[in-house]
Design a protein around this ligand. Structure first.
Ligand SMILES: NC(=O)c1ncn([C@@H]2O[C@H](COP(=O)(O)O)[C@@H](O)[C@H]2O)c1NC=O
Length: 507
């Protein structure tokens, strides 16, 4: 049947809000409304005539509502095929009234989990009858319209108004597809909840919020962001975040989270090209910028304190893509907003997932995020010379930036700022040479600078080259069979070296 005039509807909703216009319309079209207890009470308050589902089934709601609509009179009314003679005669035989429209709002499972409720409370929020109603009505979209979430009410009201209380097959099929989106998303959340800490290895994600991006990594690639960015950021200014912006923002948020004291990091293509702490954000920014003011052009910047006017005046001199901060003073915001494309994100204090995954080949790989950050307590001095107190602070700083830089990497830093880095090189020696060249290029004296390496030195060449460049202290994981060669070189040249035992590859 193409066009179906709605004569009867079953409404069973957890949250009762937003229903009024739909119910008003059904009333105008003299639609018979069946409903479950709480929904019935609400609809009657709205002045609707409602038939209780209990009266239809001649059965009460039992087990505290665990069973209320699960009955052949309800499911027969939804599922019988209107164009099938046998179904129609059975329907008559068992006195099953047809149901043309089903409106459900499921028990809020996800919300209940997020609230930290007990397992018993969470289990009670697994909707059984509602999800069954959704699946049944969606399956029979030839004859029935399924409204499976509150977000769809307005659209349905418009459709019914347009068609004078009738529905069209194409619309019913579209709503059926949406219904299975809702039901599969619901089940994914239940699965993810119940399978935690269980030995069941399947990869399931259901993210329903999709933002089409202008393009992907390059203009000829299409891209979509799946997720709810507004949970993490309030965008205060600027154009839509691009694919590359999102990738850099992700890296910036991870690096920014490493620092307690006022800190600023400037990133390009996910690597820091500047990172510094300071008495305040202005000082931290100016130090971060001084590392490599050339690369900072068009970068993504993160600060871990409110942007005040002093910081904004400096930031305003730079062309940057994105600035992330926990807050912005009003006068700072006014100034930064003078460039309309500049993206300003107010970061909300939200905990991010502890797992990460990406597609590769014909599958997905998932891993724990690298959440290990070395402190001085993790340092094991392997050389005769112990690093000085100031060197130790610098080694901690260098190790933090190193952990967030693409492998192979070498990072030079003081206790307050990154001096330079070699990033994403195929050999550690190349990374080191790049770091030395960059530092020299921007006029830095490496004699007060320490070095961090994301992985062990397979040969003593790195400490030798670093020594010749003026480096006096080194942090690295250790673990090479030739560690002793590097240690011997350091001992012979008054260098201090600490090992952490933790490698920080980043691909
Ligand atoms: N058990 C059942 O047969 C059943 N049928 C519908 N529901 C749900 O009950 C809720 C509405 O209940 P009430 O109208 O009583 O407030 C809806 O969220 C609906 O999805 C049920 N509850 C859970 O499974």
């Amino acid at each position: 049947m193409q066009s179906v005039k709605i004569k009867s509807a079953l409404i069973s909703v957890y949250y009762k809000d937003r229903l009024e216009p739909l119910v008003e319309l059904l009333k105008q079209h003299n639609v018979t409304i069946y409903s479950t207890g709480g929904t019935q009470a609400f609809l009657e308050e709205q002045g609707a005539d409602v038939v209780a589902v209990e009266d239809l089934t001649a059965y009460p709601s039992i087990f505290g509502g665990r069973v209320k609509t699960l009955h052949p009179k309800v499911f027969g009314g939804i599922l019988h095929r209107r164009a099938n003679e046998s179904d129609l005669s059975e329907r008559e035989q068992y006195e099953i009234p047809p149901i043309d429209l089903v409106v459900v709002d499921l028990y809020p499972f996800e919300e209940t989990v997020a609230s930290g409720a007990s397992e018993a409370d969470v289990i009670e929020k697994i909707d059984i009858g509602g999800i069954s109603l959704i699946r049944a009505a969606a399956k029979n979209f030839q004859d029935v319209l399924i409204v499976s979430s509150r977000e769809q009410y307005d659209e349905v009201v418009e459709l019914l108004k347009e068609k004078d209380g009738a529905t069209e097959l194409a619309d019913r099929k579209r709503f059926a597809a949406k219904a299975f989106d809702i039901s599969s998303n619901y089940d994914t959340h239940i699965f993810n909840y119940l399978s935690k800490e269980q030995d069941i290895h399947v990869f399931k994600q259901s993210v329903r919020e999709a933002t089409p991006l202008r393009y992907g990594e390059n203009p000829h690639q299409q891209a979509t962001f799946f997720g709810k960015l507004e949970d993490l950021f309030e965008q205060l200014n600027g154009k839509q975040l691009s694919y590359n912006n999102l990738v850099d923002v992700d890296a910036a948020v991870a690096l920014g989270a490493e620092f307690e004291e006022p800190a600023v990091a400037i990133l390009k293509h996910t690597n820091a090209c500047g990172c510094a702490t300071g008495e305040n954000i202005k000082e931290a920014y100016l130090n971060a910028l001084s590392t490599d003011p050339v690369s900072a052009f068009g970068g993504v910047i993160i600060a871990n304190r409110t942007i005040d006017l002093g910081a904004a005046e400096e930031l305003n001199k730079l062309f940057f893509e994105v600035l992330i901060a926990p807050d912005f003073d009003a006068d700072a915001l006014d100034l930064l907003r003078t460039k309309k494309n500049r993206i300003l994100l107010k970061q909300k204090p939200v905990e991010l997932p502890a797992k990460q995954f990406k597609t590769l080949l014909n599958g997905v790989i998932e891993q724990d995020k690298d959440l290990k950050t070395e402190t001085e307590a993790d340092f094991k001095t392997v050389t005769k010379r112990e690093p000085s107190a100031e060197e130790k602070k610098a080694l901690v700083f260098a190790a933090k930036v190193c952990k967030h830089t693409k492998s192979n990497t070498i990072v030079f830093a003081t206790d307050k700022m990154m001096i330079s880095s070699g990033v994403g090189q195929t050999s550690r020696v190349d990374a080191l040479r790049q770091a030395i060249e960059k530092a020299k290029g921007f006029g830095f004296d490496l004699s007060n600078t320490v070095m961090a390496s994301d992985a062990f030195f397979p040969f003593p060449d790195c400490v030798e080259i670093a020594d010749q460049a003026g480096i006096k202290a080194v942090v690295q994981p250790g673990g090479s069979i030739k560690d002793q060669d590097s240690i011997d070189y350091c001992d012979a040249h008054n260098m201090a070296m600490v090992m952490t035992g933790v490698r920080h590859f980043k691909h």
